[in-house]
Write a protein that binds this ligand. Structure first.
Ligand code: PMP
Length: 305
């Protein structure tokens, strides 16, 4: 195939890319009844390594618990399957997409009787918001769509159906000429991007939105908080208002796909003339040193394939 990836892991077996198929009446297709992860494997100086590997599968297990879908495999088994899959496909760096979902049986809302299916796919994937975005930042707009509240759909879980909310916000932003959206929560505070957490820098202090702003508690978010503190910055979790975005010294997104991406403007208000501020740059460079295995003290964040 075009991606030059041979195999997908499905329910305990390596199957050919083109054979990794499901029935059109699978429960997940109709109701979004699945949980998933996004993980990255980096080409480090010591070979391919999966970043925060176990943490991602632990979050997958937590997401499954929130949805009430029983995992067929343990975290340890899925970690091992992923390593095997990367080796089998001979990839140095890749994106990893594990998914656990209700398959095909009777098509009522109640998933009872539907088999739980598990799959892991890997493929090469560069910078999510573009290579230019990493250096020069992205233009974003606050969405007219609100982030769903955690009392409506769990937000700390990555549930497939919930991502329609992200899709609405992304499509709106793109059709209005922006690269990405920022969603406000039900109360009107900043929540997060469609697939990214948000950080703000003011007078050398980092701020990020708290879990009670209906965010996904991102693994990159946690890493950036740790890294920033190790670099000597104070990091504060606090509610952020829309207008605070307009006057921030610096803003950036974090996420497995987006990594650390500077935000250059919000609602056509320029955050920075230079695109990427100095604190963002330092955090970003440190983050890439870590993912590339070039920084001491963080090697336990890497699981060598
Ligand atoms: N928020 C949402 C809604 C996401 O989908 C993601 C991507 N998983 C993130 C934040 C960032 O989380 P992480 O750093 O764990 O990838």
């Amino acid at each position: 195939d075009e991606l030059d990836v041979d195999k997908i892991w499905m329910d305990g077996e390596l199957v050919d890319w083109d054979e990794a198929q499901i029935h059109v009446l699978s429960h997940v297709v109709h109701y979004g009844s699945g949980v998933f992860e996004g993980v990255r494997c980096y080409d480090t100086v010591d070979g391919p390594a999966v970043f925060r590997h176990r943490e991602h599968y632990e979050r997958l297990a937590d997401s499954a618990k929130a949805l009430g879908i029983g995992m067929e495999y343990t975290v340890g088994e899925l970690v091992e399957a992923t390593r095997e899959l990367i080796r089998e496909n001979e990839l140095d760096s890749c994106y990893i997409r594990p998914i656990v979902f209700y398959g095909y049986d009777e098509l009522g809302l109640n998933p009872k009787g539907c088999p739980v299916r598990t799959a892991i796919a890997v493929w090469p994937w560069g910078a999510y918001l573009g290579e230019d975005a990493i250096n020069n930042g992205v233009d974003v707009a606050v969405s007219s769509w609100r982030k769903h509240h955690s009392s409506q759909i769990p937000t700390t879980a990555k549930i497939t159906g919930a991502y329609v909310n992200s899709i609405m916000a992304s499509l709106e932003a793109k059709s209005n000429g922006y690269t990405e959206a920022i969603l406000l929560d039900k109360e009107g505070s900043v929540s997060e991007g469609p697939g990214e957490n948000v950080f703000m820098v003011n007078d050398g202090t980092l701020y990020t939105t708290p879990v009670d702003s209906s965010i996904l508690d991102g693994i990159t978010r946690q890493c950036v908080m740790d890294v920033a503190e190790d670099l000597g910055y104070e990091v504060v979790e606090k509610r952020i208002s829309r207008s605070e975005l307009y006057t921030a010294d610096e803003l950036f997104f974090t996420g497995t796909a987006a990594e650390v991406t500077p935000i250059r403007s919000v609602d056509d208000r320029q955050v920075r003339e230079d695109g990427r501020g100095p604190v963002t740059k330092e955090i970003q460079e440190t983050f890439f040193e870590i993912t590339e295995g070039r920084r001491d003290g963080y090697t336990d964040w890497l699981d060598y394939v």
